[in-house]
Design a protein around this ligand. Sequence first.
Ligand code: GLP
Length: 239
Amino acid sequence: MKVIITKDNIEGGTKAFEIIKKGMGNGAKVLGLATGSSPIPMYDDMCDSDLDFSNMTSINLDEYYGLNPDNDQSYHYFMQKHLFDKKPFKNSYIPNGMAKDIDEEVDRYNEIIADNPIDIQILGIGRNGHIAFNEPGTPFGSLTHKVNLTESTIKANSRFFDNEDEVPRQAICMGIKSIMQSKKIVLLAFGESKQDAIKALVEGPVTEEVPASILQDHPDVTIICDEEAAAKLSDKYRK
Ligand code: GLP
């Protein structure tokens, strides 16, 4: 596991962008994409670049269940706004949060992932160590599934909504097994609120109680975090 400590999220975004650029130069065709505030500077760099994504496929990690794609809190909306409006991909997949039959949607999404092996997966991390919406306790062997969001995630994400009651209680989410099958993984984390999660991810025991800790077992992971998020890491990571 490689840890890169940057001065802020802007520099972190540029580091992640450089990894994507290099990966595309080496033939990467499928990007696994994430929402949340952490990857936004990386998307800004992608939008400002001269890179062409029109031959690329993107697969997003998750979507709230029950939000229309045109709801400004949906992850469809987020991806359009931060990336796809400026940089369209050949195919962009995001779980359908309005699917009537959730089991069918889960199967459909698993087929999409199986048909499009992910070359580079971008991740954020929740304060409780979740990746995508894989909350503590999610089996490491999980594929795409419907999740009940924890109180801590609902609270953390309520900052984007008018009030906490408006935060959806469920989501559709790529499973940990699928994330681990990506060839390369880049995780972004910035700010003091991520200190404990980063410490547990990098140096804690590998446990389903900290979903991100499984990344210790992946052969090609880069953690990009700022000084604040890295503050609790041992000195050996902080050189
Ligand atoms: C949400 C998303 C995650 C994201 C996390 C952290 O729960 N489902 O994919 O990693 O928030 O978001 P932020 O980057 O805004 O801290």
